[in-house]
Structure formats: C-alpha cells, structure tokens
Design a protein. Sequence first.
Length: 254
Amino acid sequence: MDISGNTIFIPGSTSGIGLALALALQARGNTVIVGGRRTESLDRIAAEHPGIDTVRIDTTDPASIDAAAKEVLARHPGLNVLVTMAGIMRVEDWHRPESFLASAEATMATNVLGPIRLIAAFVEHLQTRPDATIVTVSSGLAFTPLKVTPSYNASKAAIHMLSESIRLQLADTSVRVMELQPPSVRTPLLPGQEDNEAAMPLDEYVAETVALIEAQPDAKEIQVERVKFLRYGEARGDYDHVVATVNAHDPHGK
C-alpha cells in the first residue's frame, strides 16, 4: 500500500485508532471516507476536518453494509483501500454462560462477521483497481491471550488467520492484504484504557504505523515495536512468560 494517492474507506473510525489513522492518512495526501453508526459523530468529524467524507454504517447489520458500500462507491468510484477497523472489546467471566454468552456473540458479530461482510461488499470492486489493499486489524492479543477478554482474543486470532488465508487466495489479483497488529493503545476500547499509562499513546501508535506503511508498502503485517513482545512469544520460546506478564500487570493487556 502506497502511503499517498489512495481513496480509503475506514468503517468504524469515528474515534480511537480509526479516526486518528483516518486523519493521518488524509494528511499524507489520501482521500478518506470515515464510516460509523452515530450520525452526530459523523457530522462533527465532517465539520472539524474539511475534506473528510462520511458515511453512516453499522457493521453488525448486513443491509447497512450493503447500503454504505453502494453509497461509497457511487461517490468514490476510485476507492482502492478498505480498512476493516470496527471492533469491540468486552470483559467476560466464563464461569457462567449468563456472564459471557451475549457478549461473546456480539464480539464475534462485530469483530469477525463485520470484516467478512465488509470484504464481501468491496472485494469485486477492489479487483478492478490496478493497485488495491484490504487492511485488516487484529491485535497483539491474537497471539497472547488476556484472561479477561476471551472472545476478543479469539476474534482477533480469527482475523489474523483470515488475513493469512485471503492473502493467498487474492495473490492472483491486484489486491494486497495488510494486517495491522496493535498493542494496547490509549483509546476508549475498554473503560479506563484512555488513561492507562501502560498502554501506548494513540498519537505514537498511529505515527509509527504510518511510518511503517511508508517504509514497507508491501508488508503483510504492520507491527509497531511494542507489539512484538506479544506477537513473537511462542517463536522466541518465552510464551508462558509473556502470558504471565500480560495477565499480571494490567487488566487491559499491557
């Protein structure tokens, strides 16, 4: 993925990493469309950041995804990058089903079915572009589990393997698959995480991510330095130590 000159749709980007990445990519000379569920947030973003387009989309609703895809492509037929950013993270207690089942179902619907449906809505169009990219978003917790968020961990592990698999299938097309693997970042993903000093500052995460994409436009995985502790524990042979460290020091995973 070239760092500039793209038309990029980022559903799930009205706050947190998604919005910060959208603004950073716009500043690098890309046309950016932000998607989200809340019209008031979209209106505020459009007013505060001229040049950013907005589209209402609920990534848990197949009809909403289809309608948003039609709207985006009608206004931006040159779209060549899809970033499947939307996601939720919830603390669960798996001792009793009433404490986790609804949360697990919602997490999988948002974090796994959402990206799958988004890719389904855009993949044929992307194959018509001479240089296109699907950007998926997993997590360091796809590789090292945080005890209190089982469904989130599993959903991000699924996104990692989905990314690996569709990259192989789309190798005969113009579409690349790039996977972002964030560590714990100071965002509203979990209550209190914005103020978690152990998490990576949002601006630092986005700046390092954009720099990595610019330096490695053909990279399969974008890993800021701080996520490598989680990503490579098994390969280094210290997986048990990584799991113990993550679960001993911070309820949010870092």
